[in-house]
Design a protein around this ligand. Structure first.
Ligand code: UD1
Length: 421
């Protein structure tokens, strides 16, 4: 397994370009199953999870042609089977996103039931309850979700989500585009990636309104058509580099991003002492060489502070001036990075779903292990601010969600290299 070796203590300075959003690209790739026409997706990030999603479609008989300009053409007219196998689903829970589109267009779908993962049990009960309400018959057999509409079209329904779920909202939204009648999703996720998917579906001919609010209305249409759609920039990648720069007391500019979808993160960075400037598609952050101040925060669904930025902000707080608390309300067990940071000399204490922290002047390098995608990024940040060498193991998690992380950090002056296994 590859490792990242980081020699800490260098300020990050310079400019980088942000890639397309992983969490937009995944549902948008799944949405191509809704039409037999060709869809071209642009600004595709170069990530393991994207390869997994394309592979998943490929094993169903979908043709994909990856271009040279971050684009891919997807043609699902030749689909042969409706099954998402365990071998792929186990590596990426977002595979569940093929359930809604397949059920809606073909009336049947078989998706391996995703298991738990490092950050919690992560059930898909709300996805399944919604599909049932839309008329699907669902049974569990040999670890697979087997869904069928018995030859009928799915029916529009009133779906009240008990919990705000991002992929749950996306699955229902996609299923509803080809259903008979109107679907209303209440307590829908308002994440920008849900909005991006709605824009893509609309470009394919879907009748959707209310995306970005808690109530999304979809009027089913007979068919969707092809077209092209560029993926929006990745707000989590953007935030990760900004936090890394703040932690090292540096100054960076991130380009090809969208400042207006990062308000909660930018305001916390300002609270930490960063000077932030924004343009239409760029953000600059300058710490003026100062140590960050401690910032307390609570994660919650968008537009509040994202759970996907919690681990990285924990790294920033670990070396901040002062003390505070970080509360996680979205996932039950998302503090695995805390124990690794304590091994590097941090003063972090987990109490229930809260981390109580007291900032220390510097961390010490250590061999650490990545347990999930964002935790891995937080350990890289911790390595960048440690006094000696840090080795981050199991970095396949990072490659799932960060495009060429060591190259981008090297561009900013970091001393980081990949040790191939
Ligand atoms: C998505 C993101 C992930 C992010 C998360 C929360 C993608 C591909 N992934 O994951 O990066 O961390 O949103 O912003 O977009 N839940 C249930 N039953 C369900 C569905 C969810 O109880 O049927 C619970 C989950 O266990 C969790 C909470 O709802 O506690 C939110 O999870 P959800 O928004 O569904 O996360 P994902 O869509 O899997």
């Amino acid at each position: 397994m590859d490792k990242l070796v980081i020699q800490g203590g260098t300020q990050l300075n310079g400019e980088i370009r942000i890639a397309g959003a992983k969490n937009s690209a995944l549902p948008i790739i799944a949405s191509t199953l809704l039409t037999s026409d060709v869809i071209e997706i642009g600004n595709l990030p170069h990530l393991f999870d994207i390869t997994t999603m394309l592979e998943l479609l490929g094993c169903m008989g979908v043709e994909t042609v990856v271009g040279e300009k971050l684009n891919v053409q997807i043609n699902s007219s030749s689909i042969r089977n409706f099954s998402a196998p365990y071998e792929l689903v186990k590596t990426m829970r977002a595979s569940i996103l093929v359930l809604g589109p397949m059920l809606s267009r073909f009336g049947e779908a078989e998706v391996a039931l995703p298991g738990g993962c490092a950050i919690g049990s992560r059930p898909v009960n709300l996805h399944l309850a919604a599909m049932k309400k839309m008329g699907a018959q669902i049974k569990m057999e040999n670890g697979y979700i087997k869904a069928n509409t018995r030859g009928k079209r799915l029916k529009g329904a009133h779906i009240l989500m008990d919990i705000v779920t991002v992929t749950g909202t996306e699955n229902v939204m996609m299923a509803a585009t080809l259903a008979e009648g109107q679907t209303i999703i209440e307590n829908a996720a308002r994440e920008p990636e849900v909005v991006d998917l709605a824009h893509c579906l609309r470009a394919m001919g879907a009748d959707i309104s209310g995306e970005g609010t808690a109530t999304i209305t979809i009027n089913g249409v007979e068919r969707l058509h092809g077209g092209s759609y560029p993926i929006m920039p990745d707000r989590i990648e953007t935030g990760t580099y900004l936090i890394a720069a703040a932690a090292t007391r540096g100054r960076i500019k991130v380009k090809d991003t969208r400042p207006n979808i990062l308000e909660a993160v930018l305001s916390k960075l300002e609270e930490a002492g960063a000077q932030i400037e924004i343009g239409p598609n760029w953000i600059t952050l300058d710490m003026h060489g100062q140590r960050p101040k401690a910032v307390s925060l609570t994660t919650a669904p968008y537009p509040a502070f994202p759970t996907d930025m919690q681990a990285q902000f924990t790294a920033l707080n670990a070396i901040s001036e002062g003390s505070g608390s970080i509360t996680e309300t979205v996932f039950e067990n998302r503090f695995m990075h805390v124990h690794e940071m304590n091994r590097m000399g941090a003063d972090l204490r987990v109490e229930g779903n809260t981390v109580i922290f007291r900032g220390v002047a510097a961390l010490k390098g250590a061999p650490v292990m990545a347990t999930d995608l964002r935790a891995s990024a937080s350990l890289v940040i911790a390595g960048l601010v440690s006094e000696s060498e840090t080795t981050v193991d199991r970095i396949y998690h990072i490659d799932r969600g960060y495009e060429c992380i060591e190259e981008k950090l090297q561009l900013l002056g970091a001393k980081i290299r990949r040790l191939p296994s």
